[in-house]
Write a protein that binds this ligand. Structure first.
Ligand SMILES: [Fe+2]
Length: 385
């Protein structure tokens, strides 16, 4: 259907095995002379910064490291990182890590050009100025944060996950090096990979999708369907890591302009308050059940999802072919060792009504292919327990 849509992509991408060893050159080209590296303590500990630091040194870029980003980063953590940025007179931010580190780096760059506190920019396109120079270097194949214009942040006052988003929050450069993902442990590979798959799938089927995003998302589903098991089975399999990083990148480029669906709507409250479920794990558990719920909105579309995930749909009527998408997801989640139920992941049944209410408020819920009532979302969460 010829619906009017807009597709913008403001981030330059450099992709390839070993690409991060040239971080210094790219930083210099972007005019960075004093960089703040924003990362988490684990990245520093496993030595993932070494090649990046060496190349920055060689290029004559001064470096300050802020390695205090936590899982589900707090607004106050990002404000502390910005204070360090200002104190050291930095002129660029380099985010190294998963979604938490890259989201934090983009938010620090936003504070470099817009007055704090950070939470005044909660929501969409609230900041006046474009963020300062920021390079995002992913070490997981999951969030696609290197190319999205969103930072997911936990508001410390409400202890609740929320977003700061909009074109102001665009990374200047996404520097994607599959080698940096080989040390990611199997379970994190599995959950972050399912986050990337959720991005591709929810974008592909939602009511706000467009032909450009669909092309990117379809290829992302193929790559993740083909490579996630192999990457979990053997982290050193560089071809599988390459397929996963490209898959998560393409998925990020796809969903950034379309929003997502009910799995992501639920992942926010599932990661808030006492629930604190990691984002990828929440999506991995929700995606098969959400897909099952959504099927009847468009059997043909879900048959395409099944095909992208490697199912043989040849000669099958669309409804039967569509059901193979659910089977493909259930099989994948089981194979890569993710608990299939929210209860097994520590979510309490009595929290479901509050989680459902918050799920209904998400902007992702508005574009889910099947319109859901509060009662239906409660039932969906119950089925996932
Ligand atoms: Fe996500």
């Amino acid at each position: 259907m010829a619906r009017i849509f807009n597709y913008a992509m403001g981030t330059e991408i450099v992709y390839g095995i070993g690409a991060s060893k040239d971080t210094g050159k790219y930083a210099k080209d972007l005019g960075i002379s004093r960089a703040l590296i924003v990362t988490d303590p684990g990245i520093e500990k496993v030595g993932l910064l070494e090649g990046i630091l060496a190349s920055l040194k060689e290029a004559g870029v001064e470096v300050t490291i802020f390695a205090e980003v936590e899982e589900n980063p707090l607004d106050t953590t990002i404000e502390r990182a910005y204070e360090l940025y200002a104190e050291k007179g930095c002129d660029g931010v380099i985010g190294v890590g998963g979604g938490s580190s890259m989201d934090s780096a983009k938010a620090v760059a936003l504070l470099a050009t817009n007055p704090g506190p950070l939470m005044r920019y909660e929501g969409f396109a609230k900041a006046e100025n474009k963020a300062g120079t920021v390079i995002c270097i992913p070490t997981t194949a999951g969030t696609g944060s290197e190319v999205t214009t969103t930072s997911v942040i936990t508001d410390s006052k409400r202890d609740q996950k929320t977003v700061v988003s909009g074109p102001q929050l665009t990374a200047t450069l996404a520097l994607c090096d599959p080698e940096l993902t080989v040390s990611l442990p199997p379970f994190l590979t599995a959950t972050t990979g399912m986050d990337a798959l959720s991005h591709a799938l929810e974008c592909y089927v939602n009511t706000n999708t467009n032909p450009i995003s669909m092309a990117l998302a379809y290829r992302a589903m193929e790559l993740i369907g083909k490579n996630l098991r192999a990457a979990v089975a053997n982290g050193q399999n560089l071809a599988a890591r390459d397929g996963m990083l490209m898959g998560s990148l393409l998925a990020g480029m796809a969903f950034n302009v379309t929003r997502l669906g009910l799995a992501h709507s639920a992942a926010m409250p599932l990661g808030s308050w006492e629930n604190k479920l990691p984002h990828g794990l929440a999506n991995a558990i929700m995606l098969p059940r959400v897909t099952e719920f959504n099927l009847m909105a468009d059997y043909e579309r879900f048959a395409e999802v099944a095909k992208a995930l490697g199912e043989d749909i040849e000669g099958l009527p669309p409804r039967e072919a569509a059901f193979l998408a659910v089977k493909a997801l259930d099989d994948l989640v089981a194979d890569i060792g993710i608990p299939a139920r929210l209860g097994d992941a520590g979510i309490k049944r009595e929290n479901i009504p509050a989680i459902a209410e918050e799920t209904m408020k998400s902007r992702n819920t508005l574009v889910n292919p099947r319109q859901a009532t509060l009662q239906e979302v409660i039932e969906l969460l119950e089925r996932s327990m």
